[in-house]
Design a protein around this ligand. Sequence first.
Ligand SMILES: Nc1ncnc2c1ncn2[C@@H]1O[C@H](COP(=O)(O)OP(=O)(O)OP(=O)(O)O)[C@@H](O)[C@H]1O
Ligand SMILES: [Mg+2]
Length: 399
Amino acid sequence: MTERIQTLVAVDAGVDRHELQSALPDDSGIDIIGIVEGLDESWQTLQEISPSIVVVACAGYSDRALYFIDSAVKQDRQRPVVVLTVGSPNGFVRRVFESGADDIVTLPELPDRVAFTLMKVLARRQGAAIASGVALGAMVCVLGPKGGTGKTLIATNLAAALASQGEHAVVVDLDLQFGDVGLALGLRPDKTIYDLARSGGSLDAEKLAAYLVEHSSGAKALLAPTRPDQAGAVGVDFLRDVFAHLRTMADFVIVDTPPGFTPEVIAAIDTSSHVCMIGMLDSLSLKNTKLGLETLDLMGYDQSRIAIVLNRADSRVGITHEDVDAIIGRAPSIFVPSDRQIPISINDGEPIVLAEERTDAARSFRALAEYYIAQRGETESSPEPETADAKSRRRFAWR
Ligand SMILES: Nc1ncnc2c1ncn2[C@@H]1O[C@H](COP(=O)(O)OP(=O)(O)OP(=O)(O)O)[C@@H](O)[C@H]1O
Ligand SMILES: [Mg+2]
């Protein structure tokens, strides 16, 4: 059975009940367990029941609503709050987010869009969620705070390794200015994330699928813009939407990132179910890996969902694996050796995991794929194993 989203709607004074009612989802995996008039009354109700999400409806700027959001967030930081408002007067949207709300929807809006927002914020909070009968695929955000650590190498080989094990994998190139996933996979950038962002209109799985480029392994890619000046067209809210949709389509969404914690990278981390942190055997890179792990800790990212991959792990540079454990505070899960076939495979646009199957490097990428396949089962937020039905719905969206 699929977990449904238990939703309490707290209604501030002045809200047009008819308009509110016509925006509320009546199915789509959402159960409205209460619509309470008045925020004091809603607060009382909130003490008595435990919804998985709180919706606050208000008619424009409302200090009462801001106070309510703030209190609801402080009461339970894991439970998302979404605001439905008629119009969004100056400064209100910012205050809503400052109060700790997860999202804001301006009415009138279609019930499906509201339902989608609710699912999205819940997925963002939980890392992985079951919603509307579709079990979300895992999303692995590949990070390496320092440039050139092997993020693109690892993201592309992981996607190819997953695809060759029968998983539907899509790799997103979030290095919006200088992305080279297309080069590493030998794909022509006939369509990119820039074209998708510029296409206008709302996003859905079918439309998104049309902008993915397929690799011979079966993995698909959402490629970076072809020119750095196009990166500005790809906004953070749009990206959150893209990630949320991709997770309903693919078994694995692998995100290759630029160095550093840019707003786009933070959005990807937020939406992800797992982080793959890449370090290299040099003290500068390891220092940055440690800083990256500390940043994830500050963001409240669950440490058990972070894997460390040590790249160029066999380099003889005077740093032992024990030193690595001591510097970054934990042991890497996977070691990728240096291999001169790696730059060759990147130049050829053919991931080494497929091109040179017998190398230790290829073995390490297969091990990484197996690691995530095993992890998915262990950390899915659903208490139940994934159903064949949920998987088949993703497969439908994939085609
Ligand atoms: N294990 C390895 N053995 C040999 N060469 C490697 C290895 N790992 C990475 N390289 C080489 O290092 C270079 C940088 O790798 P890659 O592009 O994957 O790093 P990146 O972290 O994505 O860089 P950027 O931060 O610039 O996006 C590539 O040319 C790649 O061929
Ligand atoms: Mg890169």
